[in-house]
Each structure stands twice: as structure tokens, then as C-alpha cells.
Design a protein around this ligand. Structure first.
Ligand code: ADP
Ligand code: MG
Ligand code: ZN
Length: 645
């Protein structure tokens, strides 16, 4: 999704690293050149005053002078060397070696201290030198001064600059700082993504008509802000997209930018929160600064719950997150929405957001992005099948019917999975079969053909599944059986029954729920009636049935014991949807009892159904063992031979 995003530095003009690397390189080169010049002068130069030099000259203490551009180097006569400079026998081995090879003269010369003094224009100096028999010279450079400058300055700076770039970059990457994270952490470089054009429009988002409608106004505002400001209407500064994962929140935000044809800044909430206190806050500041420069634009903060978590109700708190949140709040207050900056944020946990974020003038608009309904799913499938070659016989409505509860991301995944299957089967188009198989892959995992089950296990699984199917067919408030299979799948199932609704319901009656629980119980009931066994295969059925029964009692007021009393509330409704109990522990025990009663009543009903239909159960199960997978029609055909009693 992010492949088109570009990194931009914090200031857009010049990355901050470059300046600092350059300064380092220049300083190091300066140091090297100083050391070099000191070394080349013998390292033992001592400064004296010009009149001291003249005095030495008058006293005949000088052997030779070298007149340089800015100084005069003076070599005094040898007797000046102090007597104690003669090396002692305990001198270190290097000096000793030096002595032996170079001889005494060279040794003494090396020990002589030279002097230097600043050059002063002195017309009489040469005369004086001549008369005193002092050798004098001036250094001759036969090198090109330009080349000289290049070698001693430009080249080292360049090399050092390159080296430090490489070194520091790899260092900062190791520290997890990303680009430029070492010299300049605290700035939002590398983390702010700006897309000039998202290339996504509302046509790419299907089945979210209400959300699109709400967002249309924002698009219109970005197109012609004057229309709103003229009349004195203030645009909302921000809108919060709320919904379960994969329903297209990120996609919608991009589509708004695409429709309005403005730049799109996107940042994930977790990008703000770093180890160092203050980094997040400065990222927020940077982000808004950049956005203001690029206005009109969209700033999109994905997963805003990472920073927007409510500030109270936790021990100690989190300084960094609070600072970041405060910065965000004050930036949202500070900027002028008439400039055309609109902030969108997305979350699937709206209930934990800080109240301050949601007050008018901040994220005061809430746009719900729900899981798509039947029509929505069909439309989303249509959007995604545009990109793949589909056989004309493919019936998307059927796929949509079979995928109740799926989000947009699941549907996109199903289409892609189907295309992959078609390739694997060497087909040139995707068929309906590929699509249905893809639905099963998403729900239950891939087929595990190589799993060897014993004959006995296979029989148990077959009777278990046909038990479910029979309970479905023999009750009124259920959905028709579409397929029964005993081919194991990678996500743990050994077999399953697919039920296909004829239409989508938004309400469920108490009878439907009870029938559904009975269907779940019928797997174990078959194991018991046929084999007098209990197997682990019923675990998933039990989980589902218990959840439904608990919801009946505590959420839907469908139990005789409690009636309409609300016993729990749902937390995280867009994620896993955990129950939070609202009642005392004593009542809680009664709730459990009520749940248990529903389940055992349904289990008894399932056993009764199977006891009456033992013949049908056996015949269908034997047929299934032979074929491994049977269709709903085959199932109904056999069942028709055994009329219900
Ligand atoms: P969210 O941000 O809500 O978790 P995304 O916007 O990231 O979900 O959606 C992930 C992918 O799922 C999208 O890139 C798109 O391919 C697909 N998708 C989700 N919802 C829709 C939709 N309503 N219409 C078309 N495609 C969708
Ligand atoms: Mg998202
Ligand atoms: Zn089962």
C-alpha cells in the first residue's frame, strides 16, 4: 500500500545531516593540516620575538635562516644544545638504534631546538645576514598551489564527509532511528509520508456509501473553501473514522485526498511514540508545520489510539504519550482550518480515546465505517475483480452471500486467493469454484490432503458433520446446507458444514438463536448416539454455542430467569468484543446457570432429532465417507427418502 510514498526531510530544503557531516569533515581536516605543518617543521619550533632574533644575529649565534612567507625559521649554532641532552645508556631501544646507524652528528642536529619569528619587512636584514655569514634561503614550491589546496583541503574534506555519512548512517540504523536518526532525532524526518497524489478515488471504495457521503463535504470544502468561508461557516477541523479492521478506513482517507486532489500526509499513531520523551511532541509540531506549508492538504493519523488514549485511569501515566497528545491537542486548536488543512484519523477503539480529542473543534465528526452488508460486499468484490480475469459465469452475489461478516480486506484477499488458485490449476480465468474455494481457504485454511486419518476417525468426523447438517435440515429457523466435507483444513478443522443464507438478516429471533445452538450441539450428539463417544472435535461447536447462549442471557434479554435485565456490556466492539460484567459475583453465578440451562436443553433437542432420524444419518454419513465432500443437493436428495416424522 505504501509503495508510492516518498520520504521527505523535515525542512524540505536541505536534510539536516549534510550540514553536520560537513562541519565534522572540515574540523577534522583542519586538525590534520595543523598537525602536518607542525610535524613538517620538525616539531620542535619555539617562537621568539623579532628583536631577540636580531640579538641572536648580532651575537653570531645563528647558522642559517629560512625566510618563509609569514615567518623566519632560525637554526642556532650547535653549542646552544644543552649538555644534558646527551642520551643516557638507558635510553629506549629506538633511540639507541638511531644513534648507532646515524652517528653522532645527525643525532646532535636532531636534538637542536629551532626557533621562529614572524616575518617583518626589514630592508637591512639581508645585509646583516651577508655580513654575519649566515646562510639564508626561502622555500621554493614547484607544486601547483591549486593542486596543493585541493590535496590538503578539498580531498580530505570530501573523503571524510563520505566516510562519516556511511558510518553515522549505519550507526543510526542500528539504533533503530531510521534515516538521519542519529544527528537529528526529534525531528519527524523519514516518518512523515507525503503523497502528492494518492491516485485513489471514491470509486475504489465500495459499500461505504454513508461514510463517503460524510466525507464528500470535506472534499467539497477543499475544492472551494470560499463557498464556506463567505457565509461564515467553519469547516470541521477533523473527522474520526471508526470501524473494525480492514473495512477501508485508510483507503477512505486516501480517497478523500484523491478526490480533492490535494497532498496526503499520513502517519501512524505509533510513529509518534518513541523512547525519548519529547520526540513525539516535536514530531507533531513538525507534521503540522509541514502540512501548513503544503495546504490545502489532508493529514491522516492512522491508529490514533496509540497516542490518543485517555489520560486518566492509569497509574503513573505515560509522560511521552501525554506530551504528544497535548501537543496534538494544542496544534489542532492553533491551526486555522480555513487554510484548507483537514485532519482525518482512524481507530478501531474509539472508546479509549481521550475526551479532549473528541470535543467540538477537534475530531468532532465521527464517521462509522462498518462491515459491509450483502450489497456492499458484492460491490467491493466488483471493485476487486476488475483487476483479475473472471469467467463470465462467476456469480458475485453468491460469494457475497457466503461471506457474511467479512470486511473489505477479507474480500480483497478472497479475490486474490481465487486468482492464485486459478494459476495453480493452469486456468486462464477465475471460476466460481475458485472463488468458493477461496472463501473456504480464508475461513478454514487450506486443504490438508496429506493428513492421514484412520478409518475410525474418518467415520466419527463424517457422522459428526452429518449430525450438524441434519439438525439444520430438520429445524425451521435455519439456513440451507450448501456443502458437507470431511477434508481436513490447515486451520484445525477436520470437516465442516457450510450453510448458505438465502438473504441477509439484520435481526435474529430467539428461536433462530436456539436452533443455531442446537445445530452446534448436533455434532457431539451424533458422536454420542452412534459411537457412544465424546471426542475433542466438538471444541469449536461448544465455544460458539456457549458464546451465543451467553449473549442471549446477558445482552439480549432472552432468558426466563433474568428477563430484560442488562447483565453485561461489550468492550472493544470493533475488535474482539469482550464482555464486561455489570452484575455482582453472586448474580454472575446465576448467569452461568442460565447459560448452562440453554445449552443442555439444546443438546437434548439435538439428540432427539438424531434419534428420530437415525437411518438418514447413517445413509448420508456412509455416502459422505465415500465421497469426502458432498453438495447440499446430494444431501437433500438422500434426506428426501426419509421423510420427517
Ligand atoms: P482499515 O484501515 O480499515 O484497517 P484498509 O483501508 O487498510 O482497512 O483496507 C485494506 C484493504 O482492503 C484495502 O487496501 C482494500 O484493498 C480493501 N478494502 C477494504 N475496504 C474496502 C472497500 N470498502 N472497498 C474496496 N476495497 C476495500
Ligand atoms: Mg488502516
Ligand atoms: Zn462440529
Amino acid at each position: 500500500m505504501n509503495d508510492k510514498k516518498k520520504n521527505t526531510g523535515p525542512s524540505m530544503k536541505m536534510p539536516p545531516g549534510i550540514m553536520s557531516y560537513l562541519v565534522v569533515a572540515v574540523i577534522v581536516t583542519l586538525l590534520i593540516n595543523t598537525v602536518m605543518s607542525v610535524l613538517s617543521n620538525g616539531g620542535t619550533l619555539k617562537e621568539i620575538k623579532y628583536n631577540e632574533f636580531l640579538a641572536m644575529l648580532k651575537n653570531n649565534e645563528i647558522t642559517s635562516v629560512e625566510i618563509q612567507a609569514d615567518r623566519i625559521i632560525i637554526t642556532p649554532k650547535e653549542e646552544e644544545a644543552p649538555a644534558n641532552s646527551i642520551p643516557s645508556p638507558t635510553e629506549d631501544p629506538f633511540t639507541t638504534l638511531f644513534e648507532q646507524t646515524q652517528g653522532a652528528t645527525a643525532e646532535r642536529a636532531a636534538k637542536t631546538t629551532k626557533y621562529y619569528t614572524g616575518y617583518i619587512y626589514d630592508a637591512d636584514l639581508l645585509k646583516e645576514l651577508n655580513s654575519r655569514n649566515v646562510e639564508y634561503s626561502t622555500p621554493v614550491s614547484n607544486r601547483n598551489p591549486l593542486l596543493d589546496f585541493f590535496i590538503s583541503w578539498v580531498l580530505p574534506i570530501m573523503v571524510l564527509y563520505g566516510l562519516s555519512m556511511v558510518l553515522l548512517n549505519s550507526l543510526s540504523k542500528k539504533m533503530g532511528g531510521g534515516k538521519g536518526g542519529f544527528m537529528s532525532f526529534g525531528q519527524s524526518n523519514a516518518k512523515v509520508y507525503v503523497e502528492k497524489k494518492t491516485g485513489i478515488t471514491f470509486d475504489d471504495v465500495a459499500g461505504q456509501e454513508e461514510a463517503k457521503e460524510s466525507l464528500m463535504e470535506i472534499v467539497d470544502f477543499l475544492h472551494n473553501p470560499d463557498k464556506y468561508t463567505d457565509i461564515g461557516a467553519k469547516q470541521p477541523k477533523g473527522a474520526l473514522l471508526v470501524g473494525p479492521p480492514g473495512t477501508g478506513k485508510t483507503l477512505l482517507a486516501k480517497a478523500v485526498a484523491g478526490e480533492a486532489n490535494v497532498a496526503f500526509f499520513s502517519l501512524s499513531g505509533s510513529d509518534f511514540v518513541e523512547m525519548f520523551v519529547g520526540v513525539g511532541a516535536s514530531r507533531v509540531r513538525d507534521l503540522f508545520k509541514q502540512a501548513n506549508q503544503m495546504a490545502p492538504c489532508i493529514v491522516f493519523i492512522d491508529e490514533i489510539d496509540a497516542i490518543g488514549k485517555s489520560r486518566d485511569g492509569q497509574m503513573g501515566g505515560n509522560d511521552e504519550r501525554e506530551q504528544t497528545l497535548n501537543q496534538l491537542l494544542s496544534e489542532m486548536d492553533g491551526f486555522d482550518s480555513s487554510k484548507g488543512v483537514v485532519i482525518l484519523a482512524a481507530t478501531n477503539r474509539p472508546e479509549i480515546l481521550d475526551r479532549a480529542l473528541l470535543r467540538p473543534g477537534r475530531f468532532d465528526r465521527r464517521i462509522i465505517v462498518e462491515r459491509p452488508d450483502l450489497k456492499g460486499r458484492e460491490e467491493i468484490l466488483k471493485v476487486h475483480v476488475k483487476k483479475v480475469k473472471m469467467s463470465p459465469e462467476v456469480d458475485l452475489k453468491k460469494i457475497a452471500l457466503a461471506t457474511s461478516g467479512a470486511a473489505g480486506a477479507d474480500l480483497a484477499n478472497i479475490v486474490n486467493e481465487a486468482a492464485l488458485t486459478a494459476v495453480r490449476m493452469h486456468r486462464i480465468e477465475v471460476t466460481q469454484e475458485d472463488m468458493m474455494e477461496a472463501v473456504e481457504v480464508i475461513v478454514a485454511g487450506k486443504e490438508k490432503k496429506d493428513r492421514i486419518m484412520t478409518e475410525k476417525e474418518k467415520r466419527i468426523v463424517a457422522f459428526h458433520e452429518v449430525g450438524h447438517a441434519l439438525a439444520t435440515a430438520r429445524q425451521k429457523n435455519t439456513q440451507p446446507v450448501q456443502k458437507i466435507t470431511i477434508v481436513p483444513r490447515t486451520m484445525g478443522s477436520l470437516g465442516y458444514v457450510i450453510q448458505m443464507p438465502e438473504e441477509e438478516h439484520f435481526l435474529m429471533t430467539k428461536e433462530e438463536m436456539l436452533d443455531q445452538i442446537t445445530v452446534c450441539m448436533a455434532g457431539r450428539a451424533a458422536e454420542e448416539t452412534v459411537f457412544s463417544l465424546q471426542t475433542t472435535g466438538a471444541a469449536n461447536d461448544i465455544e460458539q454455542a456457549t458464546k451465543m447462549a451467553r449473549n442471549m442471557v446477558s445482552l439480549y434479554g432472552m432468558s426466563d430467569r433474568f428477563g430484560m435485565m442488562g447483565l453485561s456490556s461489550i468492550e472493544n466492539q470493533y475488535l474482539e468484543g469482550r464482555h464486561i460484567s455489570l452484575v455482582s459475583q453472586i448474580t454472575e453465578a446465576d448467569v452461568d446457570k442460565a447459560v448452562g440451562e440453554i445449552i443442555s436443553a439444546c443438546y437434548q433437542k439435538a439428540k432427539d432429532i438424531l434419534a428420530k432420524d437415525n437411518e438418514a444419518l447413517t445413509e448420508i454419513a456412509e455416502f459422505l465417507i465415500g465421497k469426502e465432500t458432498i453438495t447440499g443437493e446430494e444431501f437433500m436428495e438422500i434426506l428426501a427418502k426419509h421423510p420427517a416424522t
